[in-house]
Design a protein around this ligand. Structure first.
Ligand SMILES: [Zn+2]
Ligand SMILES: [Zn+2]
Length: 109
């Protein structure tokens, strides 16, 4: 299963030519993987805000109505209690499917 490029999952900007794939758990973390539940499609603007810490991505929630990226702005209340943020036991990532080498995050370390 491959995460095809979709409009920015934060602001919905729809220019797919400039959409980046971002690792939610960063590569420096040994838990990082290329499964679709660790990747988010972001426009360059939102991507830089995420890396700057202005936007916090909690994870991917797979509901019956489809995939939903769960995120919040630093200054706003998160949609979930902080106890659920721990990525190690992240309940938002309910399944991990696929591991494709071509899903590299070409835009970050
Ligand atoms: Zn965006
Ligand atoms: Zn990134």
């Amino acid at each position: 299963m491959v995460l095809t490029k979709v409009p920015c999952e934060i602001c919905s900007l729809a220019d797919l030519r400039i959409i980046h794939r971002h690792h939610i758990i960063p590569r420096v973390d040994s838990r990082c993987h290329n499964g679709i539940n660790n990747l988010a499609c972001l426009c360059p603007n939102c991507h830089s805000l995420v890396h700057a810490g202005e936007i916090v991505i909690l994870g991917v929630y797979l509901s019956t109505s489809g995939r939903c990226l769960v995120w919040f702005k630093k200054d706003e209340d998160p949609p979930f209690q902080q106890q659920f943020w721990i990525v190690k036991e992240n309940p938002l990532v309910v399944t991990i499917t696929g591991d494709s080498d071509d899903l590299v995050d070409e835009n970050c370390q």
